[in-house]
Ligand binder design. Structure first.
Ligand code: ADP
Length: 216
């Protein structure tokens, strides 16, 4: 279903969000205080408007309150980021996603009504670090402190063995959620599923345990 998104702040993060949502077939209103940023996206998104996100009247006249989701992607100016979040909340926007610079900023955003707080720099840092520690870690979703879902290249010890034989849950405390073989994916692999070289495993467990497994 086609949804309506408003993206406020068109720096690297905001413009990437706006472009991707458009590519996914959604309607995007992109707003920035800086005219050149707006020009940049004018041909890409549904509407690109030069405006100050802190100007409540302008947001009202643009009909932002009727959008399904608003993304506050203003970065360095923490004050503007928080005030825009407050204004969007007061306008009654159903779902507000705000980008935080740090944990304290994130807490403030939650207090003032952001439905979701994102930390793109921190998350990307985690991803890059995990990939640097082990090139076999392809992707990463943090579930809780120290626990994640990771996509890893099947380690050498697993090649030609079944999940039952490997018994990763008992040995490493790691559960295999899916096995990818090329384009094919087995989302509920049984104990008899055989792991082949070049397979990719989607696993859940403690970060350290997964890292150990990935380098086995
Ligand atoms: P990034 O790290 O994602 O590039 P920046 O902080 O550099 O983030 O960019 C955020 C964008 O938000 C900039 O393009 C800036 O012009 C815009 N911006 C800053 N303040 C406001 C505001 N009050 N209203 C709308 N856009 C704003």
């Amino acid at each position: 279903m086609r949804k309506q998104f408003a993206v406020l702040g068109l720096g690297r993060f905001g413009s990437s969000v706006a472009e991707t949502l458009t590519e996914l077939g959604h309607e995007v209103l992109a707003i920035d205080i800086d005219e050149t940023k707006v020009q940049h996206l004018a041909d890409v998104v549904t509407h690109a408007v030069q405006a100050d996100g802190m100007d409540e009247e302008t947001l009202r006249s643009l009909g932002v309150r009727n959008f399904d989701v608003a993304v506050v992607a203003i970065g360095k100016d923490i004050q503007a980021n928080i005030l825009v979040t407050v204004i969007l909340k007061e306008l009654g926007v159903k779902y507000i996603v705000s980008k935080a610079q740090n944990e304290l900023h994130g807490k403030v955003l939650e207090r003032v009504g952001a439905d979701k707080v994102v930390y793109p720099e921190r998350d990307m840092g985690h991803r890059v670090a995990n990939n640097l520690v082990s090139a076999n870690v392809l992707d990463y979703i943090e579930l809780a402190q120290d626990y994640s879902i990771m996509e890893i290249v099947a380690p050498g010890i697993a090649h030609g063995k079944s999940l039952g034989e490997l018994n990763l849950r008992a040995r490493h405390g790691v559960s295999v959620l899916a096995v990818k073989t090329g384009e094919k994916i087995n989302v509920a692999p049984g104990a008899d599923a055989i792991i082949k070289e070049n397979d990719v495993l989607v696993v859940v467990g403690e970060n350290r345990a997964i890292q150990n497994l990935a380098t086995d």
